[in-house]
Design a protein around this ligand. Sequence first.
Ligand code: FMN
Length: 186
Amino acid sequence: MDALTLLHDRSSMGKLGAPAPDAGQLEVIYQAALRAPDHKELRPWRFIEFSGEGRERLGELYAEAEFQADPDATDATLNSARKKPLRAPMIIAVIAKVSPDVPGVPKLEQVLSAGCAAHGILLAAHAQGLGAMWRTGKYAFDKVVHKGLGLSENDELVGFLYLGTLGGRHKPVAVHATADFVERWG
Ligand SMILES: Cc1cc2nc3c(=O)[nH]c(=O)nc-3n(C[C@H](O)[C@H](O)[C@H](O)COP(=O)(O)O)c2cc1C
């Protein structure tokens, strides 16, 4: 697949089955992430890979977040939280590891850099015929989850990237008119 076809045709896949990406595919994926634009080479990234029972540990963290938010949360609510990470054989949490007070590189730039790393992961997964989907949801912004994953005060959880084998067909890619988004100061 050539680079422009990849950029134009990348598509998310919510239905993801086993197997998870193998070690070789993951190395390609992480190398793509590590090529994200990076002001002052701060490397403001941290990736946590969840597979197998690791997904259950993440689910327990989600359930703990529900319980801390509402100690009267029902078993159905807690179990629903526990099951969320089981929607794919692998999840990569992308964290913006923010260095505060770096002159000229405000937090926004470091978070954007982590977002670019996440996009690199999606692109490298798609290029290898894998399925991937970027998800956040409330747990990405939850303090209990942040603490459990070891985020520092300035860090941000940019997304949970669900990865696996395609479980269906990609929906057709929407084609947008550039004129709707582009202004030209000629
Ligand atoms: C930061 C971010 C967070 C997202 N979180 C969710 C989410 O929690 N749930 C969801 O269904 N889609 C979420 N999406 C959207 C999907 O990842 C996907 O981009 C969207 O369904 C459009 O599909 P496409 O990527 O094939 O165009 C998120 C996208 C971004 C960029």
